[in-house]
Design a protein around this ligand. Structure first.
Ligand SMILES: [Zn+2]
Length: 185
């Protein structure tokens, strides 16, 4: 997800590598005519932070939860610059964006980000597109997953558009689908 306002942009997750990140950053600069203020990392996997080196090289600040930074340090050669505890509010132009660790699921650090003014949520890999399988469970907590998404559904019940980590965006049905997928049978 990219949130833009008043010539500024905030990016949610880097592409998986440097070359795709370069392409994205050039597009934001040359086509959207926005200055990238920062990048928020959803969790410690490569599909969230694999392009971080290119962002850092351009002086773009990166943010992740303390959990993400801890896991990234163990797992990869690069970590976000700035950490927040379980909740953060970032600003781009006049818009505020909430980033919040609500509970474990795809990983033990996966957050969601929410734009109240647009009622848009970036769910990352914690939220599945309708029809999706369970995906990469290497670092998952499948017994906590449904409950984490249930908490998100309660706290962010106003969400109109929900963007999953992979696949098509939709509405609240993505939350219901994900809750059902990991419900104990
Ligand atoms: Zn992941």
């Amino acid at each position: 997800m990219i949130v833009i306002d008043k010539g500024e942009a905030l990016i949610f997750d880097t592409p998986v590598n440097d070359s795709a990140s370069e392409e994205l950053l050039n597009w934001v600069k040359d086509s959207l005519h926005c200055k990238v203020k920062g990048v928020i990392v959803n969790h410690f996997h490569v599909d969230c932070l694999g392009g971080l080196a290119r962002f850092h090289k351009k002086g773009i600040s990166s943010y992740g939860s303390a959990r993400t930074i801890h896991l990234a340090k163990l797992d990869s050669t690069i970590t976000p610059w700035y950490s927040f505890d379980t909740f953060a509010i970032h600003q781009v132009g006049n818009k505020k964006i909430i980033s919040h660790f609500v509970g474990e699921g795809h990983t033990s650090d996966n957050i969601i980000s929410y734009v109240p003014s647009e009622k848009i949520m970036f769910g990352g890999c914690l939220i599945k597109h309708v029809g999706a399988g369970k995906g990469n469970l290497a670092h998952a907590n499948t017994s906590a997953w449904s409950n984490s998404v249930r908490q998100i559904k309660l706290r962010y019940s106003q969400s109109k558009i929900i963007i999953p980590g992979h696949g098509a965006a939709g509405g609240q049905e993505l939350l219901d689908y994900t809750i059902a997928l990991f419900e104990k049978k």
